[in-house]
Design a protein around this ligand. Structure first.
Ligand SMILES: C[S@@+](CC[C@H](N)C(=O)[O-])C[C@H]1O[C@@H](n2cnc3c(N)ncnc32)[C@H](O)[C@@H]1O
Length: 465
């Protein structure tokens, strides 16, 4: 007898329909507000700390064609920059709460923790947002997802106890690479070195060089005019949205970086070479002051940026893509400005990646390049003309020692000391020999955010033979 419902033959038999059909995967839930900015911050950190790329380049790449709102871009940049500045303190706090080291294969777990801690300790982000978004973020990371509870617990503890833990620690020593602090201590003494390191941890204000009428621009932009003519505003917001950007009324240039060009005096109608010119802050100053400028740079891409900047500012210069160490035109110039490539340790406030990416060997390697460029620059100066050397480094090898050695091998040049009072120069910014030596804690303002200037070195020499 046939059993009820038994197949009559194999031909007609069909497997019974499955009880649970596989369902199509539901789309991932939309990212909570604020998450894309945190994810961008972590990618920036991975780019700089993991892959060794410069922060500015990483930012430009991250946001090229990005759908992120300007506000979120600014937040991502701020979080990443804060981690780069405060890396030592953030790591010390997190490590002091970890019972055992984190495993190696952990995806973006560490940068997520650093970003969360930076928001809690330095950016006044409400704990529920900083912790909640870090947990969301780690859950979306293929390699780190299983650490969501750890992230939650660690960051909650940072929110509760982090500020007190930090108070007992030496932030300057933790955040500044030991080799840098040692060098500054040797060059400037312990107290000044610590003040340099401390000032380097605060983001720089927004300094603008204006074509004319600084008082009017200061009023329009809500800033103030410094004794040196720079217009200073609080940092933050999109530069492109400020009045005067589109019509080229001003350009961004740190107050210290704007000083050297003034040491040339009146340049109206004079021929001036800007040997390492891009992105063009000093070329713009020279052109705006009426000089006939030849702007040299080794990098074609950077020279294009310079060209775009000059176009916006409606200023003119002759641009030459060349190695300034070998460039040999058939003429000399009234003045030659060499703003040499350097370790840029004077600009950490604006480029916190310098703390993490520069190595002790870079100082000697860059000093050798500066020597080569300086020797070629000297050949281009007309008799009686001026050679102005500058660098945004705090290292003596890239500043005073460079000039000492240059003068020892070139007796056709003499120093033309810079005097206090020239373009609003304070006496404390000058060495006894009349060279410019600004430090990041100089130029105190009403608040730390409105204070400081780049650490810049400049020496003025005159061709006497
Ligand atoms: C400190 S930045 C110059 C900043 C610029 N003077 C300003 O005020 O905007 C140094 C520049 O030197 C350029 N550079 C590096 N080596 C060079 C070389 N051998 N010849 C010409 N330019 C060089 C870099 O491409 C970079 O643009």
């Amino acid at each position: 007898m046939r059993k009820p419902n038994a197949p009559t033959s194999n031909k007609h038999w069909r497997p019974p329909p499955r009880q649970h059909k596989p369902q199509p995967k539901p789309p991932p839930p939309p990212a909570p507000a604020g998450l894309p900015a945190r994810e961008a911050a972590v990618r920036l950190l991975t780019n700089v700390l993991g892959d060794g790329h410069a922060f500015d380049g990483a930012v430009a790449k991250e946001f090229q064609g990005s759908a992120l709102e300007p506000r979120d871009r600014a937040l991502a940049r701020l979080i990443a920059a804060t981690v780069l500045r405060r890396l030592g303190e953030l790591e010390a706090v997190l490590n002091s709460y970890l019972e055992k080291p984190l495993p190696k294969q952990k995806g973006a777990l560490w940068p997520i923790l650093l970003s969360g801690a930076a928001q809690l300790l330095f950016l006044e982000t409400p704990p529920h947002a900083a912790v909640g978004l870090a947990v969301d973020q780690v859950r979306r990371d293929r390699h780190a997802g299983r650490y969501d509870k750890l992230v939650n617990a660690l960051l909650r503890r940072v929110a509760r106890e982090g500020a007190a833990t930090l108070q007992a620690k030496d932030g300057v020593a933790l955040n500044t690479p030991a080799w840098m602090l040692q060098r500054w201590t040797k060059a400037y003494g312990t107290e000044t070195a610590r003040r340099i390191a401390d000032a380097s941890l605060t983001e720089a204000p927004l300094d603008l060089s204006v074509k004319d009428a600084p008082e009017t621009w200061a009023e329009r932009l809500g800033g103030r005019v410094l004794p040196t003519g720079t217009v200073r505003l609080a940092a933050g917001g999109r530069i492109e949205d400020l009045p005067g950007y589109a019509d080229g009324g001003w350009w961004v240039q740190d107050a210290a970086a704007a000083l050297p060009v003034h040491f040339l005096g009146s340049v109206v109608g004079k021929s001036v070479v800007d040997m390492c010119a891009a992105p063009g802050g000093k070329t713009a100053q020279l052109a705006a002051a009426g000089a006939n400028v030849t702007a040299i740079d080794l990098s074609g891409a950077r020279l294009q940026r310079l060209a775009a900047n000059l176009e916006r500012l409606q200023l003119k210069a002759e641009l030459v893509e060349a190695d300034a160490g070998a460039w040999a035109p058939a003429r000399t110039f009234d003045a030659v400005l060499l703003d040499a490539p350097c370790t840029a340790t004077g600009t950490i406030r604006r480029h916190p990646d310098i703390l993490r990416l520069k190595r002790p060997d870079d100082v000697a390697a860059l000093a050798a390049i500066q020597t080569r460029l300086l020797d070629n620059a000297a050949k281009l100066v007309a008799p009686g003309g001026t050679l102005l050397y500058c660098s945004c480094s705090l290292e003596p090898e890239e500043g005073s020692q460079q000039i000492e050695r240059f003068l020892a091998r070139n007796n056709g040049f003499s120093p033309a000391p810079i005097a206090p009072g020239e373009v609003g120069i304070a006496a404390e910014w000058l060495t006894p020999a009349g060279e410019l030596r600004t430090l990041p804690f100089h130029l105190a303002g009403d608040t730390p955010q409105l204070s400081g200037m780049d650490g810049f070195y400049a020496a003025r020499l005159v061709r006497t033979a």
